[in-house]
Design a protein around this ligand. Structure first.
Ligand code: MG
Length: 279
């Protein structure tokens, strides 16, 4: 395991990396378990807001991933922590699903209904499979009266095993357009989410790898923080997309067994503080 000596921490995106909705990506999962058995530190960093940390850990465990809730950082969890730390007990209108709602409640924030006549401090938007004109109208009303707009993440689409769905970013954009207010984004590629992860985990940048399937979130964030970034082609990005990409990953692999082989073969992979370029 000499080749991995400089790398200690592995940050995995979830959708398109460890599963597609409910279908596990078994080759990638086996790499996670391999790292954990070898004693490397692994965390899961997802822009998804459907579930709580506990439910993500449960979902991962059912798919055979050795995961605990403390290792899961979703944009729902980090958005809730951001509000708790900076605006405790504020009043929040949520567009989103159960995971986002639950994480926000746990942080002592007050969740209000769309028809409230009381003050609202924040409109927080996550992916919502029941997004509607009525929810948009409530958001617009609160924003017009002074609430601030927070987007949990900017993902334009969401990958499933049956193709793409509209993502949170599309819903945020709709509300930005009607309100004229630009959202503060907490999830990837915002530095807010990585600052939080690095401060909680204590990971050193030069020892950390970020693995994801999206150029505009995972890889951009990896570059911003000078982490070694790996794009895996099991999710939304194709080789064709890469040709015109402004932000290129340090490494592109079809799946994570390919990454594992490269790590094991490349004896000099991580010498010094800089990584060598892999084939
Ligand atoms: Mg993904």
């Amino acid at each position: 395991m000499d080749s991995l000596y400089k790398l200690k921490n592995f940050i995995f995106d979830l959708d398109g990396v460890l599963y597609l909705l409910d279908r596990p990506l078994t080759e990638n999962i086996s790499f996670v378990n391999f790292l954990k058995e070898e004693g490397y530190r692994v965390i899961f960093l997802s822009n998804n807001t459907f579930l709580t940390r506990e439910k993500y850990a449960e979902k991962l465990q059912k798919m055979g991933v050795n995961a605990s809730p403390k290792e899961v950082f979703s944009s729902a969890f980090v958005t809730a922590k951001y509000l708790e730390q900076n605006f405790p007990q504020s009043r929040v209108y949520i567009i989103g699903e159960e995971g986002l709602r639950e994480e926000i409640k746990r942080c002592g924030l007050r969740v209000v209904a769309g028809n409230t006549r009381d003050r609202v401090d924040f409109v927080v938007v996550g992916m919502d499979r029941k997004f509607s004109f009525s929810k948009m109208s409530s958001a617009l009303r609160f924003l017009t009266k002074g609430a601030r707009l927070i987007g949990t993440n900017p993902d334009p689409t969401y990958p499933t095993d049956k193709g793409l769905l509209p993502g949170c970013g599309a819903m945020v954009a709709a509300i930005e357009t009607c309100s004229g207010q630009e959202a503060l984004i907490v999830g990837k590629p915002s530095p807010l989410i990585m600052d939080f992860v690095l401060s909680v985990t204590g990971f050193k940048k030069e020892e950390t790898v970020l693995i994801g399937d999206r150029l505009d979130t995972d890889i951009v964030l990896g570059k911003r923080f000078d982490l070694f970034s790996v794009l895996v082609l099991t999710g939304v990005t194709t080789r064709e997309d890469l040709k015109n990409a402004e932000c290129k990953p340090d490494l592109v692999v079809e799946n994570l067994l390919e990454f594992k082989d490269l790590l094991l073969e490349g004896g000099a992979l991580c010498r010094g503080s800089k990584f060598m370029t892999l084939p």
